[in-house]
Design a protein around this ligand. Structure first.
Ligand SMILES: [Zn+2]
Length: 226
């Protein structure tokens, strides 16, 4: 049985609850699961309308696969400063003296996150999906790559529980930009903002990053699904 949870979330319908031939306990678990996801999707709808985004497109999730498998993925990325373009992290332009080098837009936050998501689903890595030898990705918006990865995850019946990202850099300060980055990433991932965490550290002036030559990002993602 497949349930369009997004449609249920919008209409508040109870007509799909339960399933023939299933035990009472399983029906209760499915009901609880569906209710949680429905509430989450309603929260996303509210958030997106607040920030002027198009309505959330509901995802069709399989409900006959409980207990779900939870999976984790780790991502890492590093870029050097020095590019003559805006500094972009998590889809947000940040006022800084220089941008990050790289074949796309150099958005190391989004790149590390993409690898974490792909790793959790064992779907390869960012270099395989978006090779830097391909002119299509020269200067490309990394948020479009993230949207493509989310599309692939959804097609494979995965959804995102939460992600956590740590940026290591001496400058600029990341904390003032964290709320905007969290919102941008949450919209593309189809999760609420509190499922996206951004933290920042310096490298205590050690090594290349400590001398301000570049920036490193670590990310972890948790997925649920088939
Ligand atoms: Zn990168």
């Amino acid at each position: 049985m497949y349930m369009d949870l997004g449609a249920q979330g919008h209409r508040g319908s109870k007509e799909h609850r339960g399933s023939k031939g299933q035990g009472r306990q399983g029906a209760v678990r499915r009901e609880s699961y569906a209710t949680s996801l429905s509430n989450l999707q309603s929260a996303i709808c509210n958030l997106q309308s607040e920030i002027g985004r198009p309505p959330y497109r509901p995802t069709v999730l399989p409900l006959n696969i409980l207990p779900m498998r939870q999976r984790f993925g780790l991502g890492y990325d590093a870029h050097t400063f020095g590019a003559d373009r805006p500094l972009k992290l998590g889809g947000v332009e940040i006022d800084h003296t220089t941008g990050l080098t790289g074949h796309s837009d150099g958005d190391a936050v989004t790149h590390a996150l993409i690898d974490a998501l792909l790793g959790a689903a064992a779907m390869g890595d960012i270099g395989q999906l978006f090779p830097d030898t391909d002119p299509r990705w020269k200067g490309a918006d990394s948020m479009k790559m993230l949207a493509e990865v989310k599309r692939r995850l959804t097609a494979a019946s995965y959804f995102v529980f939460n992600v956590d990202i740590t940026v290591v850099t001496e400058k600029p300060k990341i904390a003032p930009h964290a709320p905007a980055i969290r919102e941008k990433l949450a919209v593309v991932l189809g999760v609420s903002v509190d499922a996206v965490s951004i933290k920042a550290k310096t490298n205590e002036k050690m090594d290349t990053v400590g001398r301000g030559k570049g920036l490193m990002v670590y990310a972890i993602a948790s997925l649920g699904g088939a």
